[in-house]
Design a protein around this ligand. Sequence first.
Ligand code: NAG
Ligand code: NAG
Ligand code: NAG
Length: 444
Amino acid sequence: MGRPRLPLCLALCVVAAALAHTLAAEHAPTVHTLIATECTRYFTWQVGRVAAAVDSGAESKRCMPRSVLQSPNTFCSLSGARRQTIGMVYSFRKVKQPGRMTRLMSCTRETWEKLPEADRAYVDEVPTHWAPSYSHHPRTGDWYTGINKPVAMADWLAKTDVQEDYVLLIDADMIMRLPVLPHELGAAPGTAVSGFFGYMIGVNNELALRHVPEVQPRQDDVAGPPGRRGDQVGGFTMMHWEDLRRVAPWWIKYSEDVRADKLAWNQTGDVYAVEGESVWIAEMYGYSFGCSKAGVWHITDPTFQLYPGYEVSREHFESPPKVLHYGILWNVTSALPGAEPIFQFDKHWFEEFDALACPPWDINKQGLFSHPPRLSDFNTSGYQLFRDLMAIQPVITLNEAFCERHRRRCPPSEQLQAECARAEALARAGDDSTAETKQQHTEL
Ligand SMILES: *[C@@H]1O[C@H](CO)[C@@H](O)[C@H](O)[C@H]1NC(C)=O
Ligand SMILES: *[C@@H]1O[C@H](CO)[C@@H](O)[C@H](O)[C@H]1NC(C)=O
Ligand SMILES: *[C@@H]1O[C@H](CO)[C@@H](O)[C@H](O)[C@H]1NC(C)=O
């Protein structure tokens, strides 16, 4: 009597497994993470002077926050000249972000061949899609690095059989703190998730009317005011890949169109815009109009990304930042406003920094950044302590990432052992104290 049981069980098991698979697929859509980079010395912070317009002064100025309390209001999402990948890649692995990752690299062959050998070898460590560089637009002659993001995206989509349901597109000067999951963020076909950029007034004035008059104005206020013809979004995007395929060509087209639009300069919300100059944030409008043209609208996630040093509030405890965007200068001070900073960081100070060097190091010039303060060095508490811990986290993670490489690639030495042990201890303490601060707050 025992014999029929086995085939029966097998059949049931197969059915159960298939069912489980279907359910799992339904409940947990998969995601492919894309990191947009330029072909500069991405992990050394060395500047490739891609376009004359992108000098560091202009970039820093554009990256200054409008107001510390309006956190998404910076122009940094477009500062494409310097990109840095080691930290992002390391944190992607550390948080166990599900799915594959690809680095999009916009690069001419000539620039690529001039990169140092060590930089080129890094391609072996991260799946890389090499896309043409449009920093100097081959058709229009426009010098604009911002266009590379949609061009690389379209190129990748054209040459890739995307296996995952969703695509997450983020910048390289970010650190992942937590896994980023499409169903948690609320992404769905036709509904993408992005960051809110309130200054993008051009989605609701003559700019939108000139470029996308055919788009039916939105009646809701989910990602901008009613009447808009595009969402006020940017910074990162989580989108269904089929939507992205439709959006990508429009994203390029409207980026080009807004660049060429002589009337646009005072209609974009960019307070640094100058009459007679092409719009710096054209690519953001390219994205917004490209999406609305393709019928993709957004929900925004206010706490998804945090700029280090920005104020946090209850919502950051309830829904902690998943990504830290270290594009700008920040100061970690103590509880008193006006007190001397106990830690400062600005990636623009580190154009000569060499993250690949083996010891001996002159810390902060090679190998590692200066170690951030320890928890016991802070006298803040509550939200302010959480803000400060978030603010030092990118540097902690970058140092941890550098050490992971140094330990693999450098001969053992006293300095390596001492500095990396300290960096790793800070990383462990950082993980613990962030959790603890949150825990204490939740118990209050
Ligand atoms: C924008 O600038 C033009 C002149 O170039 C001016 O005529 C127009 O009134 C300005 N628009 C706004 C909204 O300031
Ligand atoms: C940071 O502190 C320096 C002084 O050390 C100050 O000049 C700068 O404006 C501060 N920046 C920010 C963003 O708070
Ligand atoms: C925190 O430390 C600073 C000195 O760094 C001091 O001026 C301030 O009074 C301290 N604040 C509190 C709340 O203890």
